[in-house]
Design a protein around this ligand. Structure first.
Ligand code: DHK
Length: 153
């Protein structure tokens, strides 16, 4: 069997990390995030496939792909967090665990950011820790995968 794999999925405008509102989202780029997640996962014996899109349907396609190709998903759905029934249904449709991550503390921001359509169907949520949240989400995801594996054996 090949190496265990995680999907890292980033939604709209996260391709602009580092340039976009740095006071809110920090100065690190999406490439820095992908490198961080790959390093953290590799230490735990996982490989990472990374995907970013500004398009809702493409994100749905990648969530569905995880059912066959990954053990779990770390996702920052960005603005689609607050609006997307399609992403929520895609997460509900697969059996693999999903962790939602946000760089900012959405609860100290505008009220439209306080609601997540996805949180009720995710295994966990990390927010407000900046880019380091991706490390926490990755470790939490791997711990969940490993403990579920143990429970089933
Ligand atoms: C990123 C976005 O692009 C926003 O639309 C969300 C999230 C918050 C973040 O903090 O990572 O509201």
């Amino acid at each position: 069997m090949g190496k265990k794999r995680l999907f890292l999925i980033n939604g709209p405008n996260l391709n602009m990390l580092g340039k976009r509102e740095p006071a809110t989202y920090g100065k690190k780029s999406l490439e820095d995030v992908e490198t961080l997640v790959k390093e953290v996962a590799a230490e735990q014996g996982f490989e990472v496939k990374s995907f970013q899109s500004n398009h809702e349907g493409d994100l749905v396609d990648w969530i569905q792909r995880a059912e066959e190709e990954a053990e779990g998903i770390v996702i920052n759905p960005a603005a689609y967090t607050h609006t997307s029934i399609a992403l929520r249904d895609a997460i509900s449709a697969i059996s693999k665990p999903v962790v939602e991550i946000h760089i900012s503390n959405v609860h100290e921001r505008e009220s439209f950011r306080h609601t997540s359509m996805l949180a009720p169907v995710c295994s966990g949520q990390v927010l407000g820790f900046g880019i380091d949240g991706y490390r926490l989400a990755t470790l939490g995801m791997i711990q969940k995968i490993e403990s579920e594996g143990r429970n089933h054996s």
